[in-house]
Design a protein around this ligand. Structure first.
Ligand SMILES: Nc1ncnc2c1ncn2[C@@H]1O[C@H](COP(=O)(O)OP(=O)(O)OP(=O)(O)O)[C@@H](O)[C@H]1O
Ligand SMILES: [Mg+2]
Length: 497
């Protein structure tokens, strides 16, 4: 018997205006971790959605353990032993964790919903893998990381032989990522085959045995991981060799302070922090996640309250000013949770880009829609956002293009300060370079940028200065050129030099 547990042969799929997959072959061996990589929009999620029963292929066929595999819906895929952890949470928000995990499963089909049995099963399962989420909580009350854990439990609880993970670490910090990797190696030892999608090349080299590269819906090649290097995979993905991906900010000019914080505190998160952000500066907030950086960005935006201290910029005190006025004065905020509190999922691309800057086009209560369309199209062009129509639903865009939409939205308010939380989450290398160029260009126009990212190389590569946070306080300050991963980690662990 062949060692392939899954074959997908000649798979094609067309969406209106785009050939998402074109005659793709993909095979998976028992017990391997097989990485699927490619630029945003290459077709990775679509291929997996076909296997997971969310999308129907136009052509091609699949085999599972040598037998033809027909899948008409997601539950069927799950019941055939294919677990799927989606790129964006696929859970039903108004149901509980337990209801989501057992939705339409065998256990519920018997007609008797044995709540306690299901609850026990989840708790037992969580203890094996080290998760702790109350099964009776509503999904709407969970954080992104918790939602993802629920998806993982949901996929694993019925003992899959194949597990699909679509960018599982985009929302995780380094500890959570390590925990996930240890779960994956446990599963691998049990013979589970894993399809792993990620834009983080380092991760792929760390955990996979084979790599399939997709570009524009076609397979560029399949490689054994230990027979290639990162540069080769990247050039297969983008079709060219990439130079240094971070901007060169050597002769960059930094001006007067544009935003100042004095002794600001946020209850339980930040304690008496003071600093200035300058005109044209990229100021990175470093350190491990959960040390207050994310709350600080949200509080500057006005989404949560400061419990003490003062915030001012360009002659304005913001202490008694709410979020709406802060936006109008030119403070923009790109959230890390684009599906949760970023994008309007039922709206079009145009609405999503236009939404924060309506006040600039409001004439006596009417919105100038022609002007809006023109502005939106300009940004789409400038940032090479891949769309087929400005009125298409935002959910049809690939993850990376959704991220660019979020940036485009805030650029339209003509910001003087931009708060950015994870600028390139789920963004491929090529598009990431263009996001970096956009950020670099914005600072040349004098905008001050306050940046938080869990990607250490990105933090070092972009920031003119880094403030490292430890337990809600600044534990170190490093200038561009002197910042190294090691120095940041020392300060992030509370070690003072
Ligand atoms: N439901 C849909 N309707 C219309 N077009 C779609 C739909 N889903 C995907 N597409 C398009 O198909 C192409 C492939 O998208 P897909 O989501 O598979 O890319 P991806 O490789 O997963 O990208 P990313 O890394 O950004 O997640 C893109 O051009 C995308 O816009
Ligand atoms: Mg995708």
């Amino acid at each position: 018997m062949s060692s392939d547990c899954l074959k997908m042969i000649g798979i094609s799929k067309r969406f209106p205006g785009v050939q998402a997959l074109d005659d793709v072959d993909f095979t998976l061996k028992r017990g391997e971790i097989h990485a699927l990589v490619g630029e945003n929009g290459a077709g990775k999620s679509t291929l997996m959605n076909i296997l997971g029963g969310n999308v129907k292929a136009d052509a091609g066929y699949m085999e599972l353990n040598g037998k033809i595999l027909d899948i008409s819906c997601p539950i069927e895929s799950l019941n055939k032993g294919i677990g799927f952890v989606h790129q964006e949470s696929n859970l039903l928000e108004n149901l509980t964790v337990l209801e989501n995990i057992f939705l339409a499963r065998e256990e519920t089909k018997l007609g008797i919903l044995n709540h306690q049995t299901m609850r026990d099963k989840i708790v037992e399962f969580q203890s094996i893998y080290g998760y702790q989420i109350d099964p009776d909580r509503y999904v709407s009350s969970l954080s992104i990381v918790e939602k993802q854990s629920v998806e993982i439990i949901r996929a694993l609880i019925c003992d899959p032989q194949i597990l699909i993970l679509d960018e599982p670490t985009a929302a995780l910090d380094s500890n959570e990522t390590e925990r996930l990797f240890s779960i994956l190696s446990q599963l691998q030892n049990k013979g589970v085959a894993i399809i792993y999608i990620s834009h983080r090349i380092e991760e792929i080299f760390k955990i996979s045995q084979r790599i399939t590269v997709l570009k524009d819906g076609k397979v560029v090649g399949v490689r054994k991981t230990n027979c290639v290097d990162k540069d080769e995979i990247i050039s297969m993905m983008v079709g060219r060799v990439l130079e240094d991906i971070y901007p060169n900010r050597k002769n960059h000019l930094i001006g007067k302070p544009v935003l100042s914080l004095r002794n600001v505190s946020i209850h339980k998160h930040i304690h008496e922090v003071s600093f200035d952000l300058h005109e044209g500066e990229i100021l990175g907030l470093g350190g491990l996640e959960g040390h207050g950086q994310r709350e600080l960005l949200r509080a500057i935006f006005g989404d949560i309250a400061f419990s003490g201290g003062s915030l001012f910029g360009c002659g304005n005190s913001y202490d008694k000013v709410g979020m709406r006025k802060r936006i109008h004065s030119g403070i923009g905020y790109v959230t890390h949770d684009r599906r949760g509190d970023g994008l309007f999922l039922n709206e079009t691309v145009q609405k999503n880009i236009a939404i924060a800057s309506l006040h600039l086009r409001n004439r006596l209560g009417f919105i100038d829609t022609n002007q809006e369309k023109k502005k939106v199209l300009e940004k789409i062009e400038q940032m090479s956002i891949k769309i087929t129509d400005i009125n298409q639903s935002i959910t049809d865009l690939s993850g990376g293009n959704q991220q660019k939409v979020m940036l485009a939205r805030w650029l339209l308010i003509n910001p003087y300060v931009l708060l950015i939380d994870e600028p390139t989450k789920g963004v491929d290398v090529g598009a990431r370079m263009s996001v970096y160029q956009i950020i670099d260009q914005l600072t040349k126009e004098g905008i001050g940028i306050l940046l938080f990212t869990s990607d250490m190389m990105e933090l070092i590569g972009l920031s003119d200065r880094i403030l490292v946070f430890y337990e809600g306080k600044i534990s170190g300050e490093l200038k561009r050129g002197e910042a190294t991963e090691e120095k940041i980690m020392r300060a992030a662990s509370g070690i003072r030099e």
